[in-house]
Ligand binder design. Structure first.
Ligand code: 9MR
Length: 352
């Protein structure tokens, strides 16, 4: 509030100095546009990188202005938060929680169980079935308990299915059996009965087999009384994905009646890995159109099912896509300097 007043006063001062009394003085209010959190009827968020959050004022400012939900991009993964069997490293995740609390915004937890980002103490763990079960349960319950009351919701299990709809063979399925996904939800629920529990997955927009597998799992969980409250659709997609597929992904997930979280949204423009690609207006327009379709489809869901939309980090330079694929790409709604891109306008158009 104080900041707005200061901004208003300084803009007014500049206008007063610059404009003669015969000129029309523009309304200074237009200088301060709203953030996504103010124009969206559901929470709008981003995943955050903790070192950027600690060090970059521009990054902090855009988060403060735009978002009312945050996810740790990496800081709550087992490899980060549970680096050795008897050591938990809370500092980075706690930093995020404290930051979110200072803004009174939501924290979504990502992710309790995944086959990726595992520390070597887990990949090399020697133990019988009971010891594995204990490792699994202890990890889930220690992390959920630590953040009880601060983290509203969890991606309990991430990416348990293959694209063909079969259960992925992972260190977890191998040592715990195929029903480990259900037990992860039960353990998390026991640790924090108030937390909303999500199953998070990618590929709903290109694999009908995966969509079906996820919905079948939800039906099975409901029949057995396994606590599950939401589905996360990562939506790491690209400008060539068809609107029909994007719409199908969201509407099929919504048929479960669960809360839907577009949990890791980004729209790559360079799936071909073209090292000399440059960002053109035409590409930006295609991207904006895809952001619009996704947001518009999501916005049309029943309010109770709209858990929110989270982009996977904030500005193009922060995206995992550049570092992972080592290629030029511009997947996010903000550019390298946190200016709003046409993609941002696509989001606004989808909300209207
Ligand atoms: O963006 C994340 C990147 O920084 C990490 O190196 C990587 C491995 O932990 O995970 C990335 O995030 C992934 C997310 O946790 C799950 N869905 C796919 C995301 C992109 O790979």
């Amino acid at each position: 509030m104080k900041k707005n007043i200061l901004l208003y006063l300084s803009v007014t001062a500049i206008i007063t100095i610059c404009c003669s009394k015969h000129e029309v003085i523009p309304d200074p209010v237009v200088v301060e546009t709203k953030g996504l959190k103010e124009v969206s009827p559901f929470p709008f968020g981003a995943s955050l990188n903790i070192s950027l959050l600690k060090s970059r004022v521009l990054y902090q400012n855009v988060i403060r202005k735009e978002f009312n939900s945050v996810t740790a991009e990496n800081a709550m993964k087992i490899g980060s938060i549970h680096p050795s069997e008897n050591t938990y490293y809370w500092d980075d995740a706690d930093y995020l929680v404290t930051f979110a609390k200072s803004l009174n915004i939501r924290v979504h937890g990502h992710t309790l169980i995944w086959h990726n980002s595992l520390p070597s103490w887990v990949t090399g763990f020697q133990g019988d079935a009971a010891a594995w079960e204990d490792l699994f349960k202890t990890h889930i319950q220690t992390v959920v308990t630590h953040f009880k009351g601060s983290v509203t919701s969890w991606d309990v299990v991430n990416e348990a299915f293959n694209d063909d709809g079969t259960l992925r063979s992972t260190i977890w399925s191998q040592h715990l059996g195929n029903d480990y996904v259900a037990r992860a939800f039960q353990y998390a629920h026991l640790a924090d009965p108030d937390a909303l529990l999500f199953y998070n997955e990618y590929g709903h927009e290109y694999s009908s087999a995966k969509r079906t597998a996820v919905n079948n799992m939800v039906a099975d969980f409901k029949a057995r009384g396994i606590p599950v409250h939401g589905l996360g659709l990562q939506m790491h997609t690209n400008q060539n994905q068809t609107d029909a597929n994007l719409i199908e992904a969201i509407s099929t997930a919504a048929q479960t009646g669960l809360k839907i979280h577009i949990s890791e949204l980004d729209i790559s423009l360079n799936q071909a890995n073209n090292q000399s690609l440059v960002l053109t207006d035409a590409l930006s327009a295609l991207q904006a159109a895809k952001y619009k379709v996704i947001v518009k489809t999501f916005a049309a869901l029943p309010a109770a099912q709209r858990y929110g939309i989270t982009t996977w980090n904030v500005g193009d330079a922060d995206s995992w896509i550049r570092s992972t694929y080592n290629r030029p790409d511009w997947p996010l709604p903000f550019d390298d300097n946190y200016n709003r891109k046409p993609a941002y306008q696509g989001i606004l158009d989808g909300l209207n």
